[in-house]
Design a binder for this molecule. Structure first.
Ligand code: ARG
Length: 467
């Protein structure tokens, strides 16, 4: 039977494994964030320099102390960048690691840096700066992917392929038009990135622990020194808020979802059955046992990264959902999710940009597939409406009979004879054959945003002017 002692004993046996030295070691393990937040060293040092400079400007610390602090922080920056800095888990996080080193380097003046500041606004600042910079990198990367698609779209403005619904052949489209669908999606992702940069363009530093400070600080000064549009307006919100991280993750999840759909199409298109594209060797692998194979591994991994990124979004939403205002240590769990999602997204966009640029388009295969599956049936129905004055529903019915006849004769619609077609509807004339080819079909779709090559070229020009 378990009594108090045996419980303690069995718990201690657990510590006897990884946490040999008991409660202190467990606390250090769960509490320390230095393992991952050391990534924020650059932002932390920049934030501290701006803060110290403002403190001196406001007469809160002396100019001498400020100079020592700034010099010390720059020394630490080069120590970290040259790999000489020793991070200590005992010091918990990046903020305390840097402050402790500063004290060793410059002595008591180091203690003045934390005047009118708390780790709560400090971490909010560092992380916000990091996310803002990551969004700027994402914006650039998405622009590169859009550029890759614009080039392929231009090259293939006239290349006919089947357009699908339900992955069943629907109507002919051009490959250029299909590429431009991704340009629209990725363009919206980029707009979301730009909006997020605007949303988060406020400086948290100076909110202090949660209530602001009695020192005569100038938050506008630190905000502009750090490149923000201005300071945040509510100190409680400032140290509680992680929506900038959530916004990044939701944008990343949507963008990754777009990339995943593209990845899925690349996987399908590169099968021998479809054969619409050939992937370059750079983005595919061979099989160790089946010599004929070329596997679309990069596309598959992009598809899989989406799961990871979506997971990060859900993880942080769940961390935040029950937290009372203001700061709680739960929020330390924000960073790994964002870092992991950011790395996954960067890699996914880079891989996709490479694949889009490198893949070989097999226009012959696309065209052959576009012509099968009665893809011009709608064109026949539209012709009956236009030329024979039939209501669309009747034209649809007549066309259905034509498709049934073609199926019975195992040929395409364009291969039916005029007599065949006239047996179905007497008003059909030889002119109908002008619309039954896939080229005629796409050329006729001139509505704004439609698949006609000239329309697609207009959209390419519109995007080129904005990319
Ligand atoms: N490492 C902490 C984090 O990432 C820094 C803030 C600590 N603040 C505190 N009051 N313990 O959230």
């Amino acid at each position: 039977m378990a009594d108090g002692n045996s419980e303690t004993k069995s718990s201690n046996q657990m510590w006897g494994g990884r946490f040999a030295s008991g409660p202190d070691a467990i606390m250090e393990e769960i509490n320390a964030s230095i393992g991952f937040d050391k990534k924020l060293y650059g932002q932390d040092i920049r934030g501290s320099i701006a803060h110290a400079t403002m403190l001196a400007h406001q007469g809160i610390i002396s100019a001498e102390d400020k100079d020592k602090i700034v010099h010390g922080l720059n020394t630490i920056l080069s120590e970290i960048e040259s790999g000489q800095f020793e991070f200590s888990r005992r010091l918990e996080d990046i903020h305390m690691n840097i402050e402790a080193r500063l004290a060793t380097l410059i002595g008591p003046a180091a203690g003045r840096l934390h005047t009118a500041r708390s780790r709560n606004d400090q971490v909010a600042l560092d992380f916000r700066l990091w996310v803002k910079e990551e969004l700027q990198r994402t914006e650039k990367a998405l622009t590169g992917l859009i550029a890759a698609f614009l080039d392929r779209a231009e090259e293939h403005a006239e290349t006919v392929m089947p357009g699908f619904t339900h992955l069943q052949t629907a109507q002919p489209v051009t490959f250029g038009h299909h590429c431009m669908a991704y340009v629209e999606m990725i363009g919206r992702d980029r707009t979301r990135v730009r909006h997020a940069i605007e949303h988060m363009d406020e400086s948290p530093i100076g909110a202090a622990a949660l209530a602001g400070t009695g020192f005569p600080i100038d938050r506008h000064m630190t905000a502009s020194a750090l490149g923000f549009a201005g300071p945040t307006r509510n100190s409680i919100d400032t140290v509680s808020d992680r929506d900038f991280a959530l916004e990044f993750l939701s944008i990343a999840a949507i963008a990754a979802t777009h990339l995943s759909r593209l990845a899925e199409e690349i996987v399908i298109w590169s099968t021998p059955q479809f054969g619409f594209i050939r992937l370059s060797d750079a983005f595919s692998t061979g099989s160790s046992i089946m010599p004929q194979k070329k596997n679309p591994d990069a596309a598959e991994l992009v598809r899989a990264k989406t799961g990871r990124i979506n997971g990060s979004l859900i993880a942080l939403l769940t961390v935040m959902k029950g937290l009372p205002l203001a700061y709680s240590k739960d929020m330390q769990e924000d960073k790994e999710q964002v870092f992991d999602a950011a790395e996954s997204l960067e890699l996914a966009v880079a891989a996709m940009t490479g694949m889009v640029r490198d893949m070989t388009i097999r226009a012959d295969r696309m065209k052959a597939a576009a012509g099968s599956g009665y893809s011009t049936a709608t064109d026949l129905a539209d012709w009956l409406v236009r030329e024979a004055g039939l209501p669309f529903r009747d034209a649809h019915h007549v066309t259905g009979r034509a498709v049934a006849l073609a199926e019975q004769k195992t040929c395409d619609l364009a291969d039916l004879t005029l007599e065949d077609l006239q047996s179905i509807h007497p008003q059909i004339t030889a002119k109908v054959f002008d619309v039954l080819t896939v080229e005629a079909s796409v050329a006729s779709r001139t509505s704004f945003g439609g698949t006609a090559p000239n329309e697609v070229r207009k959209q390419i020009a519109w995007w080129r002017a904005r990319n």
